[in-house]
Design a protein around this ligand. Structure first.
Ligand SMILES: Nc1ncnc2c1ncn2[C@@H]1O[C@H](COP(=O)(O)OP(=O)(O)O)[C@@H](O)[C@H]1O
Ligand SMILES: Nc1ccn([C@@H]2O[C@H](COP(=O)(O)OP(=O)(O)O)[C@@H](O)[C@H]2O)c(=O)n1
Length: 217
């Protein structure tokens, strides 16, 4: 599988990892998977059918039934679904089912950019390049607030900031695949960067990593 290229992008909510992942995938001609949508897809299925978010057997069935090709970003990006997703994401068996699907996706030539919480540590530990994207909670809340307002929604900054902090806590404290940088991840703090600057910084890291790997071969 020497020809397969995998780029792992992890980070907390609204750090900009999805925006970066899409740009990077387009630039390098790779597939892209926002793995957050897979957890959101499971949560949405449970919410839509009125089922509890803490029943492991029910969540496992929803995870098994999930079709990666049918994930609708428009529906799944609703703010409330993120909170529900972080609840089903604590279940190790649900994670195992989704990680299997994510790895199958990553193995499709010519390779992929995957973004999430555990890509560099669990899903693709041998990824060619790993980025860990961060920004302060206040910057991230402002970005999410702007996003909701731009989409015509009614956003409450204090509520969004509280939600982001609660999700950070749940994602970093859980026993199964907690959010943390892989040892070989490159840290990218985008607090003071706009989207274009963050993309250039990420591209510089990736190009350098790919060049040093090519020189070593
Ligand atoms: N560097 C940045 N500067 C300003 N806004 C950004 C930046 N990166 C992303 N955004 C915006 O912040 C919001 C959240 O970004 P997104 O990529 O969805 O984050 P994540 O995937 O980490 O949740 C989006 O509206 C996006 O356009
Ligand atoms: N690889 C991943 C991706 C998401 N998740 C969970 O799914 C939730 C929603 O992820 P997301 O990436 O769509 O959330 P945002 O960062 O876009 O707000 C996160 O809070 C995590 O609990 C995960 O556990 N592992």
């Amino acid at each position: 599988m020497a020809d397969l290229l995998t780029i792992a992008i992890d980070g907390p909510a609204a750090s900009g990892k999805g925006t970066l992942a899409r740009r990077i995938a387009a630039h390098y001609g790779l597939h892209h998977l926002d793995t957050g949508l897979t957890y959101r897809g499971v949560a949405r299925a449970l919410l839509a059918s009125g089922q509890p978010l803490d029943d492991v057997a029910v969540a496992e069935a929803a995870a098994r039934a999930l079709d990666l090709a049918g994930l609708d970003r428009g529906v799944l990006s609703a703010h409330g679904i993120g909170e529900a997703a972080s609840k089903v994401a604590v279940m190790p068996t649900v994670r195992a089912i989704l990680v299997d699907k994510q790895r199958t996706f990553a193995a499709t030539p010519p390779g992929a950019v995957l973004d999430g919480r555990d890509i560099g540590t669990v899903v693709c530990p041998k990824a060619d390049v790993k980025l860990y994207v961060i920004a302060t909670p206040e910057v991230r809340a402002t970005r999410r607030w702007r996003e909701i307002e731009a989409n015509g929604g009614d956003a409450d900054y204090a509520g969004i900031l509280a939600d982001i902090k609660r999700r950070d806590e749940r994602d970093t404290a859980r026993a199964a695949s907690p959010l943390r940088p892989a040892e070989d991840a490159h840290l990218l703090d985008t607090s003071e960067m706009d989207i274009e600057t963050a993309f250039r910084a990420a591209k510089a890291i990736i190009d350098e990593r790919l060049a040093s790997r090519a020189n070593a071969e």
